[in-house]
Design a protein around this ligand. Structure first.
Ligand SMILES: [Cu+2]
Length: 94
């Protein structure tokens, strides 16, 4: 029984809700400043259990959108914030 409980605790600790964000490579395909959103073609996001795809994210800070433009290669970190998939850091790759 003790082993089972330990396994359950370890299982909880390894779910994505507890995982730290990791840097991900992406490319900006669309910027929607009015809605505070950015579309990124991105590689796998391990902390969100997500494979490579193109999708829309909310940005944590509207100023992020002024620092990049469509076509830019970027490095970003994403997390689930208040139920929304959110870009929490964003930097142009070069
Ligand atoms: Cu995605």
């Amino acid at each position: 029984m003790k082993k089972l409980i330990t396994a359950l605790v370890l299982g909880l600790l390894t779910t994505s809700a507890f995982a730290a964000t990791v840097p991900v490579a992406g490319e900006v395909t669309k910027i929607n400043a009015a809605q505070n959103k950015i579309t990124l073609k991105h590689g796998p996001i391990t902390n969100l259990d997500m494979g490579a795809m193109t999708m829309v994210f909310t940005v944590a800070d509207p100023a992020m959108l002024g620092a990049v433009k469509v076509g830019d290669k970027v490095t970003f970190e994403a997390d689930r914030v208040k139920g929304k998939l959110t870009v929490v850091t964003l930097t142009a790759a070069n």
